[in-house]
Design a binder for this molecule. Structure first.
Ligand SMILES: Cc1cc2nc3c(=O)[nH]c(=O)nc-3n(C[C@H](O)[C@H](O)[C@H](O)COP(=O)(O)OP(=O)(O)OC[C@H]3O[C@@H](n4cnc5c(N)ncnc54)[C@H](O)[C@@H]3O)c2cc1C
Length: 223
């Protein structure tokens, strides 16, 4: 079930689009839709003076993005500024000129300084949101984290307040330019990711079928 955040996206010194501003959106519903359509983000953070960009799963509530990992993970140190991106590629834009080639996409960027979640209730809820975001139904189906597992897990909460969105849709931009006279084919090649059929662990007993919440995702669109 998608959740909604509040208010339009703020244009701050950090989030204000400088290039291709027309592709930016200040509509928070666009941010919500982009976050709800994915479950992997890229966490950009400075670790020991060097930038690292870490792919990681996320969950969210109305106001926070949650990421988690091992307590040993250096990229999950709280209290430092980070930049998180979520990207969906919707297709290739094949123009008449190589210069005008591009990508149709929906992307979000969230800036902020994450907070380490220490309150046990918020930590459990954050992990539930994270699990349910990627695999709805699994929090109730699978065994939940033990105290020892919780202690081995860092959960960070990043405010969704300072965020930006960029979206490109449609045809190439050179259809009404001089290159239109080249007589070359131009257009888009859509990319539509879908889930495959569930593949059972070979160690499962043969008569153990996947639960409905997993089985029904096979063949459905992702993103
Ligand atoms: C799949 C994909 C492929 C792309 N390929 C290219 C490419 O090959 N070449 C290219 O020049 N650009 C590409 N872009 C666009 C690119 O992400 C940047 O938006 C663009 O390059 C402008 O960068 P900048 O640093 O000048 O942004 P600026 O306008 O200076 O950025 C200012 C602020 O705008 C916001 N912002 C910028 N970009 C994005 C974004 N994509 N999503 C959300 N918020 C954003 C951020 O808050 C950022 O701090 C691609 C985007 C996607 C999603």
């Amino acid at each position: 079930m998608p959740v909604m955040t509040y208010g339009p996206l703020p244009e701050t010194a950090v989030t204000r689009h400088r290039r291709l501003r027309e592709r930016g959106s200040l509509d928070r519903a666009d941010l919500d839709a982009i976050l709800d359509a994915g479950f992997v983000c890229h966490l950009g953070v400075i670790v020991e003076g060097r930038p690292v960009v870490v792919p990681t799963v996320y969950g969210r509530d109305e106001r926070h993005l949650y990421v988690h990992g091992s307590v040993a993970s250096r990229s999950l140190a709280a209290g430092h500024p980070v930049c998180v991106t979520v990207t969906h590629v919707d297709g290739l834009v094949l123009a008449r000129s190589v210069f005008e080639h591009g990508v149709n996409y929906r992307s979000a960027m969230i800036h902020g300084t994450p907070r380490k979640v220490t309150d046990p209730e918020e930590k459990t809820e954050g992990l539930r949101l994270l699990t349910e975001h990627a695999a709805p139904g699994q929090w109730d189906y699978a065994r939940r984290p033990s105290r020892k597992e919780l202690a081995a897990t860092t959960l960070l909460a990043l405010s969704l307040e300072e965020a930006s969105v960029k979206i490109r849709t449609g045809a190439p931009d050179d259809g009404d330019g001089p290159d239109a006279a080249l007589g070359l084919w131009a257009g888009t090649l859509p990319l539509v990711p879908t889930w495959g059929a569930p593949e059972p662990d070979p160690l499962l007993p043969a008569d153990l079928a996947p639960p409905a919440h997993i089985a029904r995702r096979g063949g459905t669109r992702h993103g």
